[in-house]
Design a protein around this ligand. Structure first.
Ligand code: AMP
Length: 436
């Protein structure tokens, strides 16, 4: 008999891995609760029409990737139905919002979810057919402020906090505005006109997209197509005054909150329901599948699936990719020394050697502290650069520190600088080693 295996694109998570998954979920729940979100759990399968109407017939997800089947009626009172394993969770959350008349409370609904999604994609590292998303949505009547750019900025600021608390540094936030429902058709016409004379020189996918869904051309990754795409008209130039002002207000609020971002004119995202703000967080450690999370505003989605006007904004992060990123971060960290001792001036070289010796000998039981010793002839900037490459922290030892026995320690991952008594330094370095 042939041995049965997990289906292509699906995986078992064994106890060696589930600890990290649980830690990620616990951190996400803790951050969401502090921002006053509550959890929602919607069914794993839904009526197919929810996705074809909500996500859009012409998107890759709906046209190629959904697990859909005809569910036979079991009794005369039942109808045979087309059902689909959810490929994403926003449409389900908005359906639940409508079904339970959550808009009638007059309040903004702030909902988060954690759970499996299903897409028949070509599996590779970071891309699976069953994967887990952690997401959140802010949705409600206009009178509750659901259209406000402050909501967009708050969601983005929350995400920067969540990534920081997960211990993921080095992310990039890209944002764009795809305009309102009325800006979009204008831009699509402009895009079609610009594509018409050149599309025959582009890839076959783009030739199809130029007819069925021209916005998707902007997502094309084929290298030869990039010069054509870069020269296409930008959506920013088709936005009306309200959409421009909305986007400017989101950017101003992000600036005020010191959340770093870059503007990406090509970020239109793969789902049709987005309006105005769209965004994506990427991480260099992920390789080809570098998107950690994506999201945006969907002011017309509720109406698309038969509900009242209920503007909203949300995101979904790939939990599988968070796990991969954190595993890479942890592997890189395991190679780093616990501290780099930086003598501030050559006069401190001898004292630095003595401190390094003390720390290296402080933990005779393995694994002991791993210490790198700098050189007092280095300028401070050079010491920092050297330390950042080889150690988790830098310990500065100048004349004042040598006299007072109070050392300044900077942790590179968190950016936090602490004053630590020399007698407590070994314990301090050991305890900070065990954080994420
Ligand atoms: P989307 O719903 O397409 O906006 O995707 C949101 C996030 O979910 C992405 O940024 C990925 O991190 C994750 N994601 C999407 N598709 C997959 C997949 N097939 N496998 C793993 N993660 C995925």
């Amino acid at each position: 008999m042939t041995t049965l295996k997990a289906v292509r694109g699906t995986r078992d998570l064994l106890p060696a891995e589930t600890g990290l998954w649980n830690r990620i979920e616990a951190t996400a729940r803790s951050v969401f609760e502090r921002y006053n979100f509550g959890e929602i759990r919607t069914p794993v399968f839904e009526d197919t029409a929810l996705f074809s109407r909500g996500v859009g017939e012409e998107t890759d997800i709906v046209s190629k990737e959904m697990y859909t089947w005809e569910d036979r009626a079991r009794a005369q009172s039942e109808k045979t139905q087309q059902l689909t394993l959810r490929p994403e969770n926003t449409a389900g959350v908005v359906r639940a919002y409508i079904e339970h008349k959550l808009g009638e409370t007059g309040q903004l609904q702030k909902l988060y979810y954690i759970g499996p999604q299903f897409r028949r994609e070509r599996p590779q590292k970071g891309r699976y057919r069953q994967f887990s998303q952690i997401g959140a949505e802010v949705i409600g009547p206009v009178s509750a402020g659901s259209e406000s750019p402050l909501r967009d900025a708050e969601v983005l600021e929350m995400l920067s906090t969540l990534l920081d608390e997960l211990g993921i540094s080095g992310w990039t936030l890209k944002i764009n505005s795809v305009g309102s429902a009325s800006d979009r058709p204008k831009y699509i016409e402009t895009l079609k006109a610009a594509l018409a004379p050149i599309v025959s020189q582009m890839c076959v996918d783009c030739q199809r997209r130029a007819v069925t869904n021209p916005l998707r051309v902007l997502d094309c990754k084929v290298p030869e197509d990039q010069p054509f795409i870069d020269a296409l008209p930008r959506i920013a130039d088709s936005l009306d005054e309200d959409s421009k002002a909305h986007f400017a207000a989101v950017c101003a609020a992000l600036d005020a909150a010191s959340v770093p971002y870059t503007r990406d004119h090509r970020l239109v995202r793969g789902l049709d329901y987005y309006t105005r703000t769209t965004f994506e967080f990427t991480h260099g450690g992920l390789g080809a599948q570098n998107a950690l999370l994506g999201g945006g505003r969907y002011d017309g989605l509720s109406e698309l699936i038969g509900g009242p006007k209920a503007p909203g904004i949300g995101f979904a992060m790939g939990e599988d990719r968070l796990v991969l990123t954190l595993q890479a971060v942890e592997a890189a960290k395991a190679e780093l020394a616990d501290a780099y001792i930086a003598p501030l001036g050559e006069a401190q070289n001898a004292a630095a050697l003595e401190l390094a010796r003390e720390l290296r000998r402080s933990q005779p039981d393995r694994p002991g502290l791993r210490i790198e010793l700098g050189d007092g002839s280095f300028r401070l900037k050079k010491s920092f650069e050297a330390a950042d490459k080889v150690a988790r922290t830098i310990v500065m030892l100048g004349e004042d520190e040598a006299k007072s026995g109070i050392l300044t320690v900077k942790d590179f991952a968190s950016g936090v600088q602490s004053k630590v008594a020399r007698v407590e330094l070994a314990a301090f370095l050991l305890s900070s080693r065990n954080k994420y």
